[in-house]
Design a protein around this ligand. Structure first.
Ligand code: UD1
Ligand code: CA
Length: 430
């Protein structure tokens, strides 16, 4: 059995943000979530060490995960990643440690490290531009130490084998070595990385598990956050394409990692799908945005926006149509409409420019529209309104009262045509 400790107490200064680093999102989720998911896949004893913005991060974690322990680093006395691991209380004999800023980490790699038997082991990868990473000092096959960028000599800086920030320790070794860490370095911090040199000096076995630079990349800046997201998106889309989703120019779309597709769906270029969306047998045409919405057997776009708490079934939504908090079943809304706080039923056709006026300046009101309603273009429906089945609304109407089934609703001013006015006004041109 293995315990996993995730270090997430750092200030994340290089992010230049008020938001704690590990709460910055990759594919819609705070990056700490990926470390927690990888950890929970292999262990029931997952501990997250916090300090900076601890309450905020803990609140997020408690909302999102079960069976997680949050601990506080004694940062004033023991700053640095070494101080973070001192705060952990692992229950099992094998302790895997992860940095909280590795959004591409997967459970296979963490499992591989958890199976290592040596007193101390680290994960490494090769990077042609190892800027910012700790360099791994070896003697032949033997790992001797990790030297941080800020403490490294010019020669050491040339080393391209770097420390990934994932470790595996024998708990007894950890307990014996932690009191021996010191902060005699450029940053005056306690480094977890010094445990490797301590193990070597004590004659303990140290192993290095090689990984790839992508899976193990650490995020310290917003540029690295963007790089991590690019890789994460590519990985995510590949999985969905394998599962049967057609994606046209997939690199141009953005998909939340919490979104799910079922059966064959098609995504045209430039699509954004956010949150816990569920897309079933549907087509999303170019440049549409779906936000935490459900689409079943529907087609939307190009350039449609489906906002949260919307559910579309058997519906066709065209360009420049915005839908919010609405349920549409068997509805056609082809062009330029806003449908908010509405329930619209089968066979109803929503003409171009139709707007549900759902907000009166103080409160939101609902619109209910039945089956087989024909809504002429440029109609305003001033909610709350209930339109029963089989109503015909003439183009340009403002609907403020509930009609009866079978009615024609017509509220526009009758047309007046004044003969000869044009020439009188502009003068006739010969
Ligand atoms: C760290 C490693 C470096 C490695 C790199 C991989 C150390 C000293 N260095 O450097 O060798 O190549 O990760 O990405 O460990 N943290 C705490 N408490 C603290 C400071 C940091 O919990 O007092 C947490 C951070 O929240 C973060 C993780 O530890 O999740 C790593 O800290 P960070 O400052 O990003 O370390 P790096 O400089 O990237
Ligand atoms: Ca880092």
């Amino acid at each position: 059995m293995v315990s996993v400790v995730i270090m997430a107490a750092g200030a994340g200064t290089r992010m230049k943000s008020d938001r704690p680093k590990v709460l910055h999102t990759v594919s819609g989720r705070p990056m700490i979530d990926y470390a927690v998911m990888a950890a929970q896949a292999i262990s029931e004893d997952v501990q997250v060490v916090l300090y900076h913005e601890a309450d905020r991060i803990e609140a997020h974690l408690m909302d999102t995960f079960k069976n997680l322990t949050c601990l506080r680093q004694d940062h004033a006395r023991f700053p640095g990643t070494g101080g973070a691991i001192m705060a952990a209380k692992p229950r099992h004999d094998r302790v895997v440690v992860l940095n909280g800023d590795m959004p591409l980490i997967d459970s296979d790699f963490v499992r591989k490290l958890s199976e290592v038997k040596s007193a101390a082991s680290l994960s490494t990868f090769c990077h042609p531009e190892p800027q910012g990473y700790g360099r791994v000092i070896t003697d032949g096959d033997r790992v001797e130490a990790i030297v941080e960028q800020k403490d490294a000599s010019a020669d050491q800086l040339l080393i391209q084998t770097v420390n990934a920030g994932v470790y595996s320790f024998d708990r007894r070794f950890l307990e014996s070595a932690l009191p021996r860490l010191n902060n005699h370095n450029a940053q005056k911090e306690y480094y977890i990385t010094d445990l490797i040199a301590l193990a070597t000096e004590a004659g303990e076995a140290v192993t290095a598990v090689m990984g790839d630079a992508l899976t193990l990349m650490g995020v310290n800046s917003k540029a690295e956050l963007a790089q991590a997201e690019t890789h994460h998106q590519a990985r995510l889309k590949e999985l969905w394409m394998k599962a049967g989703v057609i994606m046209r120019l997939p690199e141009t779309s953005w998909i939340d990692s919490r979104t799910v597709f079922e059966e064959e769906c098609e995504i045209e270029p430039g699509v954004v799908i956010k949150g816990h969306s569920r897309i079933v047998r549907s087509t999303i045409k170019a440049h549409s945005v779906v936000e935490s919405a459900e689409l079943i057997d529907s087609q939307i776009g190009p350039m449609a926006r489906i906002r949260p708490e919307s559910a579309l079934k058997d519906s066709q939504i065209g360009n420049f149509v915005e839908i919010k908090k609405s349920t549409l079943t068997g509805v056609k809304a082809g062009h330029l409409s806003y449908l908010g706080d509405a329930t619209i039923d089968e066979g109803t056709n929503v003409g171009a420019g139709t707007i549900t006026c759902n907000y009166d300046g103080k409160a939101k009101h609902r619109t209910t529209i039945g089956k087989g309603v024909f809504i002429g273009s440029d109609t305003q429906i001033v909610a709350p309104v209930t339109i029963p089945d089989r109503v015909l609304i003439a183009a340009g109407s403002t609907v403020t009262k509930d009609p009866k089934s079978g009615d024609l609703v017509l509220s526009r001013t009758p047309q007046k045509s004044i003969a000869g006015f044009f020439d009188r006004f502009f003068g006739s041109k010969s």
